[in-house]
Structures are given as structure tokens and as C-alpha cells.
Write a protein that binds this ligand. Structure first.
Ligand code: ATP
Length: 359
């Protein structure tokens, strides 16, 4: 087991083309950290630099307490699991799992013990004689995990390992990976573009955009205290609503989006005072918007109502801003109808429209 640290890591592929810019990451021994962000944000580059498959242009990589910039991948004591796990088709499960150890000239007793242990952890004991073509997608992915487990690495690196699986299997394998981490307690670094995967797997999550780390935090803190509009919109499904408007102050603050004037409650952050008579963006999550039973709510028009079974997503508009709310499944609403809603302003977020930083 080992901690992993990146100190001021940058990778410039060619002049001005960065894979990652000035990244500082500290991962504790035994921690499960997820790198998440949209396509091209630099997740794989970061992972490949840790693995030693890519050389950093600047900065230092530490595994354990050792600086490993000049250590080749095979000597970094890491195991990497990719999206394309490519099992050897002519080998059975036992041979596939043990192949790496055989190459490294482990003795056959040690190999047998490690494969037995990995097979038990991954529930593959009854499949050791099977060839990959006779396995399901999830079983194949478990064999790929088995190959890494038998190496007993200090750090596991996962690069979108579940993206080839169908939605149901992904959820199943996600819990398998969580269980694996609980059992092995080895440091794991996991790359995905899927925020649900990130939220459910990570002890901490690193959110990236345009080769820059935006925020590193626990799932709860990312959800409740996003540092900017990007993180706020990326984490959570349906996404946070953003209402752009002019902030005014009478007895209380109001936000005018051009169609409605939303009266904010008392107790808004002091930092709003420098935005009076200027544009701001208010962020509010779908669960913090409820249908109002008074006439003092905010008037919206329902455009689409989506029944999800356990709840309804209401897609509404003020005329200028689009707003999604999630409401209980027994609420009766009509597409095209007008409703009043209440915002839970204590859960509202405010962003500078120019920098998109939290106000
Ligand atoms: P995805 O989810 O699509 O795999 P990612 O977040 O893993 O994306 P990276 O593959 O790390 O992103 O790429 C980060 C940036 O670096 C992208 O803009 C990409 O185009 C660029 N990049 C990656 N590899 C190279 C390369 N070999 N040469 C030039 N640019 C590269």
C-alpha cells in the first residue's frame, strides 16, 4: 500500500497543448480517489503520468515516499485496469489471471495461492477452467481485475474500466469494485466521465476541466459546496438549475431574470452586496424547488413532465430561464399548465457570471 502525490505536474504535448496543467494531488495510503470530468479534460493523462506511461513535462510524482519520475512503469508497483481489458482468448481464466505472475517467474505454488485468493474475492472459483468466450461481460471484467489483484500492487489505477458494460452491469461491477476496496484497502485511483460512478465510489473526487483541477473534495462537499459553476453543474442529476439575472436590493434581495422577479429570503451571503444592480447567476438544485401551496411562490410554466416511477421531473420555464424540479410521483400537473413554486433559498448557490466562481 502507498500514498500517491503529484507536485506541480504539467504535461505539454506540444506548444500550448496541455494534457494537465500544474496539478497538485495528495492521495492517502488506502484512499479511493476518483478523477472525473468531461472528455478531454486530462483524466487519462494524469493517470498515465502516475503509471509512468507518460512523462510529465514538469513536476514530480511520488508513490510511497519515493519520487518515481525516472522509475519505469513495471517497477512502480502499480496495477492498471483499462476499459479494453483484452483477455487472452486461448487461455482459460486461471491462465489469464496467472499469466503476469508466470512472466515474472513466481513459483507455481505461490501463483496457485494468489489465484485461489483472487478467484474467491471475485467469485470466479467455479469458472477457472473456462475460456473468455464462455464468460459474460461482467465475468470477463472480473478476470481482468483478478489479473491485477494477484500482483498485490501498492496502488490500483483504473481507466474507465466499466465503460464497455451495459448500464445494469456497470452498477453491479461498481459495487464489486467498492467491495474490493473495502476488502483490500489498497490505494485506488479511478478515472471516469460518469459523475454517478464518481460520487458512489470515491472517498474523495477530483473534478477536472480543460486540463485543470477544479476541486478536490468528498462527494458530499462537492455536492453541497461546489467552488464554481462548472463543478455545481457537473455533479448531480438532473443538474443544478442556473438562473441568470440582475440582483437588486430593497428590503430584501431580488433577482430579475427578465421574466420574473424572484424575491430571495433574508440571510443571504454578505458577499452578494457587491453585486447589487449587477448580473449574477443563482444555482438551485432540482430537489430544492417544491410546488407552492400559496400564491406568493414563483410563477412557472410546465413544459414537460417526466414520470420516473418514484418521482416526477418537471421541466419548467420562467419565460427566460429553464428550471427542473423533482417532485413526488403523486403530484398532479399538466404540461402547458402554470404553477407556483418555492425555492429553498438556504440551499441556493451564487456565482459570478464572468469568472463563474462562487460568490
Ligand atoms: P477522455 O475521457 O476522452 O479519454 P481525458 O479526460 O482522459 O478524455 P486526456 O486523454 O487526458 O483526456 O487528454 C487531455 C488533453 O490532452 C486533450 O485535450 C487531448 O486532446 C490532449 N492529448 C492527449 N494525448 C495527446 C497527445 N499524445 N498529443 C497531443 N495532445 C494530446
Amino acid at each position: 500500500m502507498a500514498q500517491v502525490a503529484l507536485k506541480n505536474i504539467s504535461k505539454e504535448f506540444e506548444k500550448g497543448v496541455f494534457g494537465i496543467k500544474d496539478a497538485n494531488i495528495d492521495i492517502a495510503d488506502g484512499e479511493f480517489v476518483v478523477l472525473v470530468g468531461p472528455s478531454g479534460c486530462g483524466k487519462s493523462t494524469t493517470l498515465r503520468i502516475i503509471a509512468g506511461l507518460e512523462e510529465a513535462s514538469e513536476g514530480e510524482v511520488f508513490i510511497g515516499n519515493k519520487m518515481v519520475n525516472d522509475v519505469p512503469p513495471k517497477d512502480r508497483d502499480i496495477a492498471m485496469v483499462f476499459q479494453n481489458y483484452a483477455l487472452y482468448p486461448h487461455m482459460n481464466v486461471y491462465q489469464n489471471i496467472s499469466f503476469g505472475l508466470k512472466l515474472r517467474k513466481y513459483d507455481s505454488k505461490e501463483i496457485a495461492a494468489r489465484v485461489k485468493n483472487a478467484a474467491e474475492i471475485l467469485d470466479l472459483t467455479n469458472l477457472l477452467e473456462r475460456k473468455p468466450k464462455a464468460l459474460s461481460g461482467g465475468q470477463r471484467q472480473r478476470v481482468a481485475l483478478g489479473r491485477s489483484i494477484v500482483r498485490q500492487p501498492s496502488v490500483f489505477l483504473f481507466d474507465e474500466p466499466l465503460s464497455n458494460l451495459d448500464a445494469k452491469l456497470r452498477v453491479q461491477m461498481r459495487t464489486e469494485i467498492s467491495k474490493l476496496h473495502n476488502r483490500l484497502k489498497t490505494t485506488m485511483i479511478y478515472v471516469t466521465h460518469d459523475q454517478v460512478e464518481a460520487m458512489t465510489l470515491g472517498d474523495r473526487i477530483i473534478v477536472m476541466k480543460d486540463s485543470i483541477i477544479q476541486q478536490t473534495d468528498t462527494p458530499m462537499n462537492l455536492y453541497n459546496n461546489p467552488v464554481n459553476k462548472f463543478v455545481a453543474g457537473f455533479i448531480g442529476s438532473p443538474s443544478m438549475n442556473f438562473i441568470k439575472g440582475t440582483l437588486r436590493k430593497r428590503d430584501v434581495y431580488t433577482l430579475d431574470d427578465g421574466s420574473v422577479v424572484i424575491k430571495l429570503q433574508n440571510g443571504m451571503p454578505d458577499s452578494l452586496s457587491s453585486f447589487v444592480d449587477k448580473e449574477i447567476i443563482m444555482g438551485i438544485r432540482p430537489e430544492d424547488i417544491t410546488l407552492s401551496d400559496s400564491n406568493n411562490g414563483i410563477p412557472l410554466t410546465i413544459e414537460v413532465s417526466e414520470m420516473m416511477g418514484n418521482e416526477i421531473y418537471l421541466y419548467m420555464t420562467t419565460g427566460s430561464s429553464s428550471i427542473v424540479s423533482r417532485v413526488p410521483p403523486d403530484v398532479e400537473v399538466e404540461e402547458g399548465g402554470n404553477v407556483m413554486v418555492d425555492f429553498n433559498f438556504s440551499k441556493a448557490h451564487f456565482f459570478n457570471p464572468v469568472t463563474e466562481e462562487k460568490i
